[in-house]
Design a protein around this ligand. Sequence first.
Ligand code: HEM
Length: 440
Amino acid sequence: MDYFHSVTATSTVAIIAFPLLFLFSFLWISRGNTNSKKTAPEAGGACPIIGHLRLLGGPQPPHISLANMADKYGRIFTIKLGVQRALVVSNWEVAKECLTINDKAFATRPNLACAELMGYHKAMIGFAPYGPHWRQMRKFTTIELLSNHRLNLLKHVRESEKKSSNSDKVLVEMKRWFRDVTLSVILRIVLMKKVAKDLDQVAEEWLREHKEKRAENVANSEEDFMGVLLSILSDTEEHEADTINKATSLVPAEDTSSITMTWALSLLLNNRDALNKVKQELDIYVGKDKLLLIESDTKNFVYLQSVIKETLRLYPAAPLSVTHEAIEDCSVKFRPTNIGNPLEFRPERFITTHKDIVVRGYDFELIPFSSGRRMCPGYLFALKILELTLANVLHWFEFETPSGEIVDMRESPGLTNPKATPLEVHITPRLPTFVYQSTN
Ligand code: HEM
């Protein structure tokens, strides 16, 4: 039976809640959910929308609350957020319609106070309204910074980022560790050719300062990162605009990538069979006598790549995408479909039943990086960092939770989707001692 529902969007904010919700959408069907078009009661309160998302989130993350609401009101419903009417989309087919046929209609961002305050007066590409500035930034980001060609030129920066090993058992908070690695790579890319000082030295200085601030409990915001960058750059004039453009385009990389790596490791620690399969892959294709992996090694890690896709499916770093706003009238309709075992961590699905699905924005069943003209321009960079960093840490160390307990998988509210509790693990060396002492 075909069900069609449509909503006309005029000056509507679209919250595309995917792909976690796409899982729930399949459950809704199997639960015999009605497909009637409904409007949820008003969330109440005043703008800005971020405040409302937090309000919606309450004790649980906003995307989970929206999933519950979608369960009640359907996979496409509207909600009044203060003066704004928001269209909440929790199904991949509707998301496809929004991001293909209606892509241009939904291409701008809402006018939010947070975009003004956190986004350098909306100069940051992610917050910028659709228009000439966004177009120029997008061109710069996709061609000059994050194209396949540029990423290949910067391969050595990603490959050279490593952490020293200690032969003792060490307790490590993994999100911080992943964050430091990602920050260091970003910093070195942004400052490339810019600073007379040795790049490693600059990266180390930034990380030291960053760690000191953290120790003093100073808010560790994106603005800190930009502030430090701008102060480092203040003594240089040449190509400053380019450098600032680079920095603003790379800021989203840090949180999203380190969150995803933390979820991936957590899932593996709770699923020992999957962890063993990753290790087997590492032993077959790398062996235990080599320390540092390079990007060309990762093409063989089919199972690890499936783990990453499954992580992005179950714990997408940006579960609500970034809010889109409609610039013109359009109408959105949908027809339901079904998929099995959506809540299970089963990386094998991406080697068997769903092996052709890629996360590049055209398989709408899985779009953690979104799709269309506002799609994440950093997806290639992210996939490279995720594959290389996860492969390296899983190659170097054995991981155990402090008392062998199961990792807590609760999520916490926010625009991104961090773990509610830190991932603290004991790490011990996995390779023979001589490998850590070698310089490869
Ligand atoms: C696991 C990692 C990541 C995930 C899941 C992710 C996801 C997303 C999503 C869902 C959006 C919103 C797309 C939309 O509005 O439709 C986005 C935007 C964006 N992302 Fe990412 N991202 C990741 C990593 C990165 C990295 C590594 C970079 C840079 C190197 C990056 C740069 C950006 C930028 C600049 C935007 C704004 C694009 C625009 O508004 O035109 N992201 N990302």
